[in-house]
Ligand binder design. Sequence first.
Ligand SMILES: NC(=O)c1ccc[n+]([C@@H]2O[C@H](COP(=O)([O-])OP(=O)(O)OC[C@H]3O[C@@H](n4cnc5c(N)ncnc54)[C@H](OP(=O)(O)O)[C@@H]3O)[C@@H](O)[C@H]2O)c1
Length: 240
Amino acid sequence: MSLAQQRILIIGGSNGMGLAAARQLAAMQAEVLIVGRSQEKLDKALSGIEGRASGYVADFTDAEALNALFQRIGYIDHLVLAASANAAWGPFSSITTSMLRSALEGKLLGYWQALQAALPHLRRDGSVVMLSGAASRTAMPGTAGLSAVNGAITQMAQTLARELAPLRVNVVSPGLVDTPAYDALPADAKAGMFAGAAKSLPVGRTGTSEDIAQAIVYLLANGFTTGAVLDVDGGARMAL
Ligand SMILES: NC(=O)c1ccc[n+]([C@@H]2O[C@H](COP(=O)([O-])OP(=O)(O)OC[C@H]3O[C@@H](n4cnc5c(N)ncnc54)[C@H](OP(=O)(O)O)[C@@H]3O)[C@@H](O)[C@H]2O)c1
């Protein structure tokens, strides 16, 4: 299925994987609409996208902001949910319920209400791609918080693939990918974490935003795929 001329909304499209998807989709002649909380990030992102693209400031954890967004943009063919703010990362005993609540609100509840707000504007037989995370596909110690949030997204998406049909609903499960999400880490700590992960993975490297964007494009374009979880994790499911 060609994605040319399709209107594709990417929530979390101003950075990382969402931005890489926006670039690839615009190059395929799709019209991309990217959403984030920061106008500055949106402007920077738009300057690097070649093709039809526009940016909108909205916080996807704010139901009113989402409704205003959809009133403004109208009809879309596809929705990509690629945002996330607070990750509940660390040993089980260190994750407080308020950290977990914040992670759930910053991702699962955001995806939930973004899709609810989008539905009246989303083509009936269009599609949705949600980003989960490889932690929920492994049993790696120290990732119970990430697993709880991303596992819920995976299960929700598979149920919605039936309940909302003919809308297709799919998930990309990324492994460790170098994106601005890790900018706050000290450089040494980040380099050590990425080098250690690369060594442990069958592919011998960590991921790029472009790796994940290719998977998003595939799921948007393949009209015979729904309820799928595409693991784009360098083999983390088998190795970790
Ligand atoms: N990077 C990894 O290693 C990794 C691994 C597994 C899973 N994931 C998942 O993959 C997805 C993409 O990750 P990434 O690393 O590409 O993230 P990123 O580089 O940090 O980008 C996140 C994007 O989401 C936007 N965003 C964050 N909170 C938002 C909110 N409340 N409302 C609207 N937009 C919001 C950000 O813009 P503003 O800040 O301007 O709002 C930005 O555009 C996330 O769901 C993440 O959990 C990432």
